[in-house]
Design a protein around this ligand. Structure first.
Ligand code: PGA
Length: 249
């Protein structure tokens, strides 16, 4: 079965048990016609995964995991724990993790492997910073990140790529559709070269960075864009559904 496009919300460090009401509102607006065309996912803070996973309309995932299954790693959670709590996906290598916690491509690759081990789908994030965009090295940077962060065992079923230009995250700035098309085509070519046409052409590639209801239709219509990774606009049901609506027939 071909993967549906995916609109994924990353709540980052936002949300409490009261956020269940927001998720419920999202589920109410996500009717079966929309569900035929797009899969919805919310990645809340880990403490809410079990609670929010008690509904089955919207998939729930985590924002990070440790590479190991268990052990002396204070404050960390494993992919197995996420799965046990009802999570289906885990984001790995988000630029805020790479920046705030010094995560390298090798770390991200290990975390994605941990996701496979636990039966989770890994959303592997890549993207250039502003100075790299200005220097014209975007494609080079992103190719290197994809090559080093995506494990050899990646398939179209266990892996999603998220292209998120760091300068577009939380800033209200977005690349032009032509720029998005260029990077996504390059990622697609990298995946096909490494994994073959069968896997590489089916693996979903999300765009992330200041996706809003107002720009979703244009960005999501770009070739090789198979969904979105949404931060700020995933916190409110109206905004998140407004983005998903870009997929209504
Ligand atoms: P944003 O965040 O939508 O708030 O720009 C995107 C992300 O960090 O995934």
């Amino acid at each position: 079965m071909t993967n549906r496009p995916l609109v994924a919300g990353n709540w980052k460090m936002n949300g409490t048990s009261a956020s269940a009401a927001e998720l419920e509102a999202m589920g109410t607006g996500y009717d079966s016609a929309l569900a035929d065309n797009v899969e919805l996912l919310i990645c809340p803070p880990a403490l809410l995964i079990a609670q929010l996973g008690s509904q089955d309309k919207i998939a729930i995932g985590a924002q990070n995991c440790h590479a190991k299954e268990s052990g002396a790693h204070t404050g960390d959670i494993s992919a197995e724990m996420i799965r046990d709590a009802g999570g289906k996906y885990v984001i790995v290598g988000h630029s805020e993790r790479r920046e705030d916690h010094g995560e390298t491509d090798a770390d991200v690759c290990e975390k994605a492997e941990a996701a496979y081990r636990a039966g989770l789908i890994a959303i592997v994030c890549v993207g250039e910073v502003e100075s790299e965009r200005r220097a014209g090295t975007t494609l080079e940077v992103v190719t290197k990140q994809v090559s080093a962060s995506v494990p050899a065992g990646a398939t179209a079923e266990n892996t999603v790529i998220a292209y998120e230009p760091v300068w577009a995250i939380g800033t209200g700035l977005t690349p032009t559709p032509a720029d998005v098309a260029e990077v996504h085509a390059s990622i697609r070519a990298t995946l096909i070269k490494r994994f073959g046409g069968d896997v590489g052409s089916k693996m979903r590639i999300l765009y992330g960075g200041s996706v809003k209801p107002a720009n979703a239709k244009e960005l999501l219509a770009v070739k090789n864009v198979n969904g979105a990774l949404v931060g700020g606009a995933s916190l409110k049901a109206a905004d998140f559904l407004g983005i998903a609506e870009a997929y209504r027939g």
